[in-house]
Ligand binder design. Structure first.
Ligand code: AMP
Length: 436
């Protein structure tokens, strides 16, 4: 038997209502903040991610699904979507049409990580990017949008963490300070952190290993070396958040994995999902557009993991979704069905008049946005009733028997058991009962 690839998941019909709910909330929220959706391809040239995310990052060095297509072009399944959105922004000259582009996306991402709870190889993110302004109001707005969504999902156990990485010169200077601090402690770091010492020194702060954490506890902090502009911008972000009632923690160790961040970075973590606790992360990236060949354009954005968010919702039982249901199930009262013929034998032997009535009625109901379904398997009335209950039908309509011969239909309200006979021609009556 062929199985799904490790780290990928089928989203089955029993779970889909959660996804629909989340996606609806996302679209409504982005509309409230005036962000427009952008859909970019799920694969891009590998060079885009290598340049846009950074060769030294875990994503690019270890996790990408990269392959050559038939014309020997190196292709990568997108591991995140900022690079793709920025590629599109440059290629489609979006900046020429609109001086500030507030964009959002929803879709699958791919990373070859070790699968565990909250970590998949195909997962889904939604995210936003605002391209064209250096205003720290947008940094804070990003946090507000993400927070608004998480709050509206009923999540409680949330912590907003913010930090500033300053401008590149400051960061480079600080990296030397950090290098100095770690010089004589280097040999005690974990192997991974010793590697990062050479390639991506800030990431040592991300280490979950105890020896590293002990050493980093006393490390000098970038936030104490910030330039005036970054400091001021950070104050604006903090004031904005306080003004709109979002509590936050300043976390000087929040460095994030991507090279292109400048100034504000943030994460929202949940205490309800175990080790993989970051629900979303983002920050400002004023250098990325230029890095990818566009005109200098400041940007800020975030991405959030949908599986992880839904896991948090499940663990907090925060979603109270209505049960799936349909409005009407049409039940064929057919003496031939009652004989319980083998479906194959009975096929084509049902009462054609009844079948046509069902087709016509279902078609009229759907035209009126009344959802309905009926039996395709020549089942007995009892079995059709069971189906109606399984689908949580609000009404069943019995079509057939003496009533049908008299030109009537029997409509039954399944929540209170009330039944009414109505004239088969009186569709308006049927409609008004069902819509009442
Ligand atoms: P990143 O793009 O790494 O900043 O990730 C942003 C968010 O995407 C994280 O906070 C997670 O919620 C989610 N995420 C990242 N990687 C994975 C993964 N492998 N599986 C599931 N969710 C992920």
């Amino acid at each position: 038997m062929i199985k799904a690839i490790t780290g990928t998941k089928d989203i089955l019909p029993v779970d889909i209502s959660k996804w629909h709910y989340l996606e609806k909330l996302l679209r409504e929220t982005f509309q409230l903040f005036n962000y427009k959706e952008i859909r970019t391809p799920i694969f891009e040239e590998t060079a885009l991610f290598a340049r846009g995310i950074g060769e030294e990052t875990d994503i690019v060095s270890k996790e990408m699904y990269t392959f050559k297509d038939r014309s020997e072009t190196s292709i990568t399944l997108r591991p995140e979507n900022t690079a793709g959105v920025v590629r599109s922004f440059i290629e489609q000259s979006l900046g020429a049409q609109q001086s500030l582009n507030k964009l959002y996306y929803i879709g699958p991402m791919f990373r070859q990580e070790r699968p565990q709870a909250g970590r998949l190889r195909q997962f889904h993110q939604f995210g936003a990017e605002a391209l064209g302004s250096t205003s720290p109001l947008l940094d804070a707005e990003m946090i507000q949008v993400a927070y608004h969504i998480l709050k509206n999902l009923g999540l409680k156990n949330l912590v907003v963490k913010i930090n500033s990485l300053g401008i590149p010169e400051v960061r480079e200077n600080y990296k030397n300070v950090l290098r100095d601090y770690l010089k004589d402690k280097k040999d005690n770091l974990s192997e991974e952190s010793r590697k990062r010492f050479e390639t991506n020194i800030l990431r040592i702060f991300d280490s979950k290993i105890e020896v590293d954490q002990t050493i980093m506890k006393n490390a000098p902090l970038l936030i104490d070396y910030l330039d005036e502009q970054s400091k001021n911008d950070f104050e604006v972000v903090k004031n904005y958040l306080a003004k709109v009632g979002i509590q936050f923690e300043v976390d000087p160790a929040l460095v994030r994995g991507l090279d292109y961040y400048t100034k504000t970075t943030f994460e929202i973590v949940s205490g309800s999902v175990g080790a993989q606790s970051a629900l979303c992360g983002g920050g400002r990236y004023d250098l990325l557009v230029e890095e990818l060949g566009g005109k200098q354009t400041p940007g800020v954005g975030f991405a959030a993991g949908m599986e992880r968010i839904l896991l948090a919702c499940e663990n907090e039982k925060s979603l109270n979704l209505p049960q799936d249901s349909i409005d009407v199930y049409l039940i064929r009262v057919d003496s031939k069905t009652e004989q319980n013929l083998e479906p194959a034998l009975s096929a084509g032997r049902l009462d054609l008049k009844l079948e046509l009535e069902i087709i016509s009625l279902s078609s009229k109901l759907r035209q009126e946005y009344i959802s309905c379904d009926y039996d395709y398997l020549n089942r007995s009335i009892k079995a059709q009733m069971r189906e109606a209950n399984k689908f949580n039908a609000k009404y069943v309509v019995f079509i057939g028997g003496d009533e049908f011969n008299r030109g009537e239909l029997n409509v039954k309200n399944l929540s209170n058991g009330e039944q009414q006979l109505i004239n088969i021609e009186d569709f308006e009556k049927l409609k008004s009962i069902i819509k009442s």
